[in-house]
Ligand binder design. Structure first.
Ligand code: HEM
Length: 409
């Protein structure tokens, strides 16, 4: 193990997490780091001490450590510039707050995400899935991301919130801009534009629902604001933005990454076809093996503290790699092997602690229907290009996903 001095002098450059080589196989890079120690200084963002956590034990603990805050307004300046006043439509929701605000904001939305409410969406999710596969099936080939994995969850979240799915190209563009943490002026300008546009969009929709309530989540949150003053107008817009982004940057890549994992491991694909009852455990394994959220959202230290013997000064960014934690041999046997029968799969792909993914039941439901139906209706699905032609997103966001997934059937 390196001393703290050695580690500080070997600060990882920001390119460590945004260069294309890393994108192709981050797990080898994480494994090499883990060999040296669980926590590493990283240059990200400029002018702020940052630390990357790459093992399961300390990563999981950090995700639920109350000394690590998610409130951007109290963080280091560069953090505020990206997530606080620099990104107001993202700044006032549960994911960017600490208890007690977090508890209040989460409780409001969690009413809409009860397992029962989620389960009631099953027939509609099946219908959307069938319709998308009908359209693909006649062609004999598809980009599984654009033709299927993207439209499925975005249609579901639009219907749940109560916004027209026809506006999805705007949502996609805003969403990508908001979650790309870059620091140059051009990006900052695009972030301001996306903030203005999304705010205007939701302010108008909220006004419409206030005048004429419907059976959707926007109307429910508007009622919570107006009748009980449980959340401010800023919090309302920010919560809707979070749900829209969370609802379509993640499940799309569970479907894409999971399908690629299966196609690259024909033995596991065969096993799943022979034993469809393994589907729920297969989905947990896709989440562990190649989860859509490669690195958790930023936390910062509210005090001087230590993680795994490494000194973390007050106001440092702490970045937990969920992808690295879920490939830690200290927590999983043969972590680099896809095993859809894996028992006791305690992955952290949905995070851990108070910020554990609120949409996990919905994501699991969508994935079960998506994989179950794809495998049944496209029995000979295969990769549509050589595996080394596939390209992974490298936009500096926290998401792990392909740019496209060509398939034929
Ligand atoms: C939080 C992953 C789908 C809504 C999180 C976090 C992770 C995550 C890792 C915690 C981030 C952190 O602590 O830094 C995923 C994955 C998904 C998925 C892998 C799909 C496979 C969804 C969906 C929704 C959703 C479909 C709802 C529309 C949320 C919300 C939070 C959250 C609201 C914030 C919870 C809080 O701060 O208390 N998600 N998510 N997610 N997710 Fe998901």
């Amino acid at each position: 193990h390196l001393t703290e001095g050695d580690r500080m002098s070997q600060k990882l450059p920001v390119e460590f997490v945004v260069n294309p080589e890393f994108g192709r196989d981050p797990y080898a890079a994480y494994a090499a780091l883990r060999e040296k120690g669980p926590v590493h200084p990283i240059e990200f963002p400029p002018g702020v001490d940052g630390f990357l956590v790459v093992d399961y034990e300390h990563g999981r603990r950090a995700l639920n450590d109350p000394r690590l805050s998610k409130n951007p307004f109290e963080g280091p300046e560069a953090f505020r510039a990206i997530l606080g006043q620099g990104n107001p439509v993202l700044a006032h929701n549960m994911l960017n707050s600490d208890p007690p605000d977090h508890t209040r904001l989460r409780r409001l939305v969690s009413k809409a995400f009860t397992p029962r409410r989620t389960e009631s969406l099953r027939p509609r999710v099946q219908e959307i899935t069938d319709r998308l596969i009908d359209a693909m099936a006649v062609k004999g080939h598809a980009d599984l991301l654009d033709d299927f994995a993207f439209p499925l969850p975005i249609t579901v979240i639009c219907e749940l919130l109560g916004v027209p799915v026809e506006d999805r190209d705007d949502f996609r563009q805003w969403s990508t801009t908001l979650i790309t943490p870059q620091f140059d002026d051009e990006q900052a300008l695009r972030r301001v534009e996306a903030n203005t546009a999304i705010r205007a969009y939701f302010v108008q929709t909220v006004a419409e629902r206030r005048a004429e309530p419907r059976e959707d989540m926007i109307s429910a949150l508007v009622a919570a604001r107006d009748e009980e003053e449980l959340l401010s107008e800023n919090e309302l817009v920010s919560t809707l933005t979070l749900l829209l982004i969370a609802g379509h940057e993640t499940t799309v890549n569970l479907i894409g990454n999971g399908m690629l994992a299966l196609l690259a491991n024909p033995g596991q694909l065969r096993l799943l076809r022979e034993r469809p009852e393994l589907l729920p455990s297969a989905i947990e394994e896709f989440l562990r093996y190649e989860g859509p959220v490669e690195r958790a959202t930023f936390r910062f230290s509210t005090d001087d503290l230590e993680i795994a013997g490494v000194h973390i000064p007050k106001c440092s960014l702490v970045h937990v790699s969920l992808g690295a934690a879920d490939r830690d041999p200290g927590a999983f046997e043969d972590p680099d092997t896809l095993d859809i029968t894996r028992a006791d799969n305690r992955h952290v792909a949905f995070g851990h602690g108070v910020h554990f993914c609120l949409g996990a039941p919905l994501a699991r439901l969508e994935a079960q229907i998506a994989f179950g139906t794809l495998l049944r209706r496209l029995p000979d699905i295969a990769l549509g290009c050589p595996p080394d032609e596939l390209s992974w997103r490298q936009d500096g966001s926290l998401i792990r996903g392909l740019r496209a997934l060509p398939v034929r059937f």
